[in-house]
Design a protein around this ligand. Structure first.
Ligand code: PLP
Length: 387
């Protein structure tokens, strides 16, 4: 059976060139990068070369790059690190209502320690209004964290404008750029950010490795305690193969981005139009233009996302839903609720995300089979009968 992967936002396969670049660091260059001997120094060289590539890509300095175990650790370090380092100054944090759990959960944890969080609302497209952020700032605010693009609906936030406001008010500003790095241009000065998270496995690098960019002078308590790696900012033996793979993945994205964006945007729009045209009573979630080039998120009324996913999977198509499947609860995604979808429509949502190896024929296959699946499920749906 043909297998079609339309879930690149969940994770990407490793690019074969990335794997090739990593291989020597598992085998002959396996040394501990903190060791003085030549084995260690070879590993260190690979790490520092990667650091330079990543810094350049982000418009940052090499010493502002902290290697972590992924997006989640970068987000946790940014949120808890800033909160704990600025405790004397204030205890108020601002995030949006549609952040990834890697941002909202550390905030919840900090609330137990006496910090307060304000969640600014988003509009029906999932956009944050920078003026709402401005209004939420108090003299106790120590951190603002707003994601660059949303992982479910793909909406891209006005980060640069929010960053300008944060700078004017002297508040540290973090963005979770896990969904944008490698897919659209990301420059820390243009975005006016102090801290930025990224993750290797979202742009054809390996899993379990990421970066926290921290602008020079940003007050940050360490998150991982132990050895003195990363200028005493993050302990644990260097993941040399992962870090080298991350650098290689960035280089490939840099080389391919313009072309990939163009191709994926066209394919995305054909996929969205195809779904909306071929299946009655479907809606697009997120903004039609201000969205990631690879993201399509639609709600199909009267049926459940999970049933559609299972049926798609039987035909070899891998996608994702914003409904209960991501957790053990029956609550639909907080993102879909935040953009104002009623529960029953949020439950019927599907996310299709494209990537480096997506083809026109993948979308043809989807557009051939999805309408049939929907028709079959609707025929069995009591909600559809009642309408
Ligand atoms: C995937 C993702 C994360 C988590 O990154 P990991 O490397 O899997 O820990 C955080 N934020 C966003 C927006 C993501 O899409």
């Amino acid at each position: 059976m043909e297998r079609i992967y339309l879930d690149y936002a969940a994770t990407t396969p490793c690019d074969p060139e990335v794997l090739k670049a990593m291989e020597p660091y598992f085998l002959e260059k396996f040394g501990n990068a903190s060791s003085i001997h030549s084995f260690g120094q070879e590993a260190k060289k690979g790490i520092e070369d990667s650091r330079e590539v990543i810094a350049k890509f982000l418009g940052a300095k090499p010493e502002e790059i902290i290697f972590t175990s992924g997006g989640t650790e970068s987000d946790n370090t940014a949120i808890e690190g800033v909160a704990l380092a600025n405790k004397a100054k204030g205890s108020h944090i601002i995030i949006s209502a549609i952040e990834h759990h890697a941002v909202s959960e550390p905030c919840k944890f900090l609330e137990k320690l006496g910090f307060q969080t304000t969640q600014v609302k988003v509009d029906k497209y999932g956009l944050v209004d920078p003026q709402d952020v401005k209004k939420a700032i108090t003299d106790k605010t120590i951190l603002i964290s707003i994601m660059h693009a949303n992982n479910e609906i793909g909406t891209i936030q006005p980060i640069s404008e929010i960053g300008k406001i944060a700078k004017e008010k002297g508040v540290t500003f973090h963005t979770d750029a896990v969904q944008t790095v490698g897919h659209i241009p990301v420059n820390v000065d243009e975005l006016n950010v102090d801290l930025l998270s990224m993750s290797g496995h979202k742009f054809y690098g390996p899993k379990g490795v990421g970066v926290l960019y921290a602008r020079k002078g940003t007050r940050l308590e360490r998150y991982m305690h132990g050895g003195d790696q990363e200028r005493n900012r993050r302990a644990s033996t260097y993941n040399a193969p992962g870090i080298v793979g991350l650098g290689k993945a960035i280089q490939l994205c840099q080389k391919n981005m313009a072309e990939e964006t163009k191709f994926q945007t066209k394919l995305r729009d054909r996929m969205i139009k195809g779904i909306l045209d071929k299946i009655p009573e479907t809606v697009l979630n997120g903004h039609a233009q201000i969205r990631l080039p690879n993201n399509a998120n639609v709600s199909v009324k009267y049926i459940e996302g999970e049933s559609m996913l299972l049926n798609l999977d039987m035909l070899g198509i891998a996608a994702s839903t914003g409904s209960a499947c991501t957790s053990t609860s029956l609550e639909p995604s907080h993102v879909l609720l935040a953009i104002g979808l009623p529960h029953e429509i949020a439950h019927g949502s599907l996310r299709f995300t494209l990537g480096r190896w997506s083809k026109e024929s993948d979308v043809d296959y989807l557009l051939e089979h999805l309408p049939k699946i929907v028709a079959k499920l609707r025929a069995m749906s009591p909600l559809y009968e009642k309408k």
